[in-house]
Design a protein around this ligand. Structure first.
Ligand SMILES: [Zn+2]
Length: 210
């Protein structure tokens, strides 16, 4: 129930005789609806596993843009060919990386021959099981892998997406070996930058004595 200031005209309006009993529609927070309470109910009461996954993913030490990309991919928001065509956008049917199957999020990052080459070269124990969606695939690996492997997994997905865009828009081809090597180099640089930032933050300024 939404709490509102009293409105005399509204309070005096006749209630339909068709309604025989009042019933509450919001049973959390003593029946008082708030946006905070709604968010809490959705994120914890109804989907605790999802909440744990996102909590783990948002804490990973990777660039924020990669986390946003992962969220978009898991939410089915990436403009892959299947999504674009469902919105009547004129685009090619086939995956631009392998040219053999329909481009969907699951295909591009899991089943595509290019993605499979990347996972083989990555050293990450990526599961070969069949998953109902890309989100399930990410859920499984976030639960099974250690944090460094999770970071590399999401970074390689992000790089696959960049390689796909580069091929479509700039006609530039990236090999799976170059993609994985560049991703590992990026991760090493990222770790080094984090260590430097941490050491600078922990450096005490010299005390100037008079
Ligand atoms: Zn493909």
């Amino acid at each position: 129930m939404v709490q509102t200031p009293p409105f005399p005209l509204l309070e005096n309006a006749p209630v339909s005789t068709l309604i025989r009993e009042e019933s509450s529609c919001w049973d959390a927070d003593n029946g008082i609806f708030t946006v905070r309470g709604c968010y809490k109910a959705i994120s914890t009461q109804y989907d605790p596993i999802n909440k744990k996954k996102w909590s783990t993913m948002w804490k990973l030490n990777i660039p924020r843009k990669v986390k946003v990309f992962a969220w978009q991919a898991c939410s089915g928001c990436l403009p892959t060919a299947d999504h674009l065509r469902s919105r009547r956008v004129d685009c090619q049917y086939c995956c631009s990386m392998c040219q053999s199957e329909e481009e969907t999020t699951s295909h591009l990052f899991i089943n595509c021959s290019f993605a499979k080459e990347c996972w083989d070269l990555s050293g990450i124990p990526v599961s070969t099981s069949v998953f109902p969606s890309f989100e399930f695939w990410v859920d499984h690996h976030v639960a099974m892998l250690d944090k460094d492997q999770c970071r590399l997994l999401l970074l390689i997905c992000w790089r696959i997406w960049l390689a796909r865009n580069n091929k479509i828009w700039n006609n530039k081809i990236t090999t799976s070996r170059r993609l994985v090597e560049a991703t590992k180099l990026f991760l090493a640089d990222w770790n080094s930058a984090l260590e430097q930032a941490s050491s600078i933050a922990n450096t005490r300024l010299p005390v100037i004595r008079k």
